[in-house]
Design a protein around this ligand. Structure first.
Ligand SMILES: NC(=O)c1ccc[n+]([C@@H]2O[C@H](COP(=O)([O-])OP(=O)(O)OC[C@H]3O[C@@H](n4cnc5c(N)ncnc54)[C@H](O)[C@@H]3O)[C@@H](O)[C@H]2O)c1
Length: 363
């Protein structure tokens, strides 16, 4: 038996780790046997919707281990210190110790929550990410960021805690509702925009087959989009430089999400409108033509992602951007696309310019 049979890309960082793409849940146990001889106890953290459909398949390969599951409710509110405290209690009750391996089976919420739990329980126990949403497969499971929220800020309590491996089974996406697919598409299109022009063209050319969920096209989409993230994180794991580019559309998007109190706009929709606003700003700064702005907006639109939002106050949104984590010394730091397939960090956008960009996406 060898590791060769499973397709993967490696994150090359302080501690490198494999991102397996296109493997099956049932085979994870075999990988663990090969790679980590001293594992005896496995703790799976998931939530009901995912566990109902995928837990049996995962457990089929784990028959040689002592396995416990902790099922938490779904939803962003679960990323809390209270839930970490409850997980700690539940983990101790099933005799979790320093040699236990945690499997995070779910979307970005489970990945962040179980990942943060693994990072602090007994000062850190082993972690495998098994992402089951498109967003988690192309984005959140890779890169080692784990976090919970605080009433004063999203993801404000967290760590860099890379997993031992990411185990991505594309078939888990079969059950994902389209609304959740859109959240992942927004991030995938963002990846294309900042680093891979041919991936952008792939989205333009394969719209129909993506919408029809054609398996080979979805596999290609996840592999190419994950590759962008793997590549960026390998260059800059701790976000000292190039990793910041992954925030394209997010400064605008977060401002919108917080202004709307996280109601009436999903994260993917916020990012999409944010990308449209950042593209207008890039045009004003001479970084892209208006034809390119239109092309980006058209692509987002073709996948059902919004590029305008009605009834918002641009000044209030500008004000919200004041609290962005990336700002330095009161100066707003924004990520702007540079044509299609590149992006830059800009420290020179005036409030006037940002306001003008907001006005372009408010109807
Ligand atoms: N750590 C990072 O680098 C990073 C990056 C981006 C986002 N995030 C975080 O990710 C979170 C969002 O993640 P998400 O979009 O995956 O949301 P999510 O984890 O809440 O999952 C969305 C919904 O899909 C359901 N679901 C999950 N897998 C399913 C499947 N295979 N079939 C059917 N339903 C399924 C879940 O039950 C949930 O209701 C946010 O908390 C965000 O902060 C983290």
């Amino acid at each position: 038996m060898s590791l060769e049979k499973w397709p993967k890309i490696d994150v090359k960082a302080d501690r490198s780790y494999p991102v397996f793409l296109g493997v099956s849940l049932e085979e994870l146990g075999e990988f663990l046997h090969l790679q980590f001889e001293d594992v005896e106890h496995i703790l799976i953290i998931s939530h009901q919707v995912v566990a109902d459909v995928y837990l049996d398949r995962l457990q089929k390969g784990l028959l040689d281990y002592r396995v416990n599951q902790i099922i938490v409710p779904a939803g962003e509110q679960e990323k809390s210190l209270e839930r970490i405290s409850q997980l700690t209690r539940a983990a101790l009750e099933c005799e979790t110790d320093r040699k236990t391996l945690v499997i995070a089976l779910g979307g970005g919420v489970i990945g962040d929550l179980a990942g943060f739990f693994a990072s602090v329980f007994m000062r850190g126990i082993r972690l495998i990410q098994v992402p089951t949403t498109l967003l988690a497969q192309v984005d959140s499971s890779v890169g080692g960021k784990v976090a919970v929220n605080h009433p004063l800020g999203k993801n404000i309590i967290g760590a860099f805690y890379p997993p031992l491996a990411v185990w991505t089974d594309f078939s888990t996406l079969d059950s994902l509702p389209w609304e959740e697919v859109e959240n992942g598409l927004a991030e995938s299109i963002k990846h294309a925009l900042i680093a891979d022009r041919s991936l952008f063209e792939f989205f333009e050319n394969e719209e129909e087959r993506i919408k029809e969920r054609e398996k080979s096209i979805w596999s290609e989409m996840v592999v190419r989009s994950s590759a962008v993230k793997v590549n960026i994180v390998s260059q800059d794991e701790r976000e000292q430089g190039v990793r910041a580019l992954l925030n394209l559309g997010h400064s605008f998007g977060h401002a919108l999400e917080t202004e709307m109190n996280y109601r009436g706009v999903t994260h993917g929709q916020g990012v999409s409108i944010g990308i449209a606003a950042a593209s207008h700003l890039a045009n004003a700064k001479g970084l892209m033509t208006i034809a390119e702005v239109d092309r980006i907006k058209q692509l987002l639109n073709r996948f059902g992602l919004p590029i305008m939002i009605p009834g918002q106050d641009p000044r209030a949104l500008l004000e919200r951007m004041q609290a962005d984590k990336k700002n330095q010394g009161g100066r707003k730091i924004l990520i702007l696309p540079k044509g299609i397939g590149q992006a830059v960090v800009s420290r020179e956008c005036t409030d006037q310019e940002i306001l003008a960009a907001w006005k372009q996406v408010i109807s």
